[in-house]
Design a protein around this ligand. Sequence first.
Ligand code: SAM
Length: 236
Amino acid sequence: MLPKPVTYVVAHGEIPIDPSSIHAAMQRRLAGEPLQYIRGKTEFFGRDFFVDDRVLIPRPETEIVVEAAIDRIEKGARVVDIGTGSGSIAVTLAFERPDLRVLGTDVSVAALAVASRNANGRVTLVASDMLAGFVEDFDWIVSNPPYIAAGEIESLATEVRNHEPRGALTPGEKGTEAIARILDRAGRARLILEIGFGQLEAVRDLAAAHHFNVDEVRDDLAGIPRVIVLSRHGWK
Ligand SMILES: C[S@@+](CC[C@H](N)C(=O)[O-])C[C@H]1O[C@@H](n2cnc3c(N)ncnc32)[C@H](O)[C@@H]1O
């Protein structure tokens, strides 16, 4: 886009500007592309993250996952961020809690390329379908998994529906399939999971069926239950 910051352009009204790059960006925006992809960045937990259409744009409510992790995870713990996408959760945790050993996984190799740029060596990144292939035990699993029911995709904003990766949005018909799969493989790990609007009861049921206690539920700023903290019965 512009070779200079906007503040420079405003302060130097006399300089000529080549409108072609602005025009190209406007065309993309008019076609419904999210501004974050056009700018190539978004802010998460006070830091800039590189984003493009290979990853979900990190959302403010996912900062609650990070806050819960900072508050709850014990010093030196081994943590895996399942479905790391841009690396927003894993990289932020690595900055905020340098005592932790943080690993990020994603089934999308394209997403991991973006995460790698954001991680800059701070986080280990591994391509994996959930935790398939891991023999290692983790103390904690953090995740903002895909959780939108497939049937709801058509009702989403164009920016989301037509531009964000489908695999980052929906895991299937119910919306809770990825959460169920994470619980299947969680072992003795404790979990901090982001959940979708109206999913609390379904996730409580899944947790109970997998022998997990609900330790805490955190609401987002709209008062919607957004993050759930789980531990396996008898493992606290
Ligand atoms: C909702 S996005 C979250 C991205 C990022 N953690 C964030 O909060 O901004 C879900 C991520 O899970 C990944 N994913 C989907 N299915 C997966 C699977 N079976 N195993 C691992 N990752 C998966 C997607 O590729 C996507 O990057």
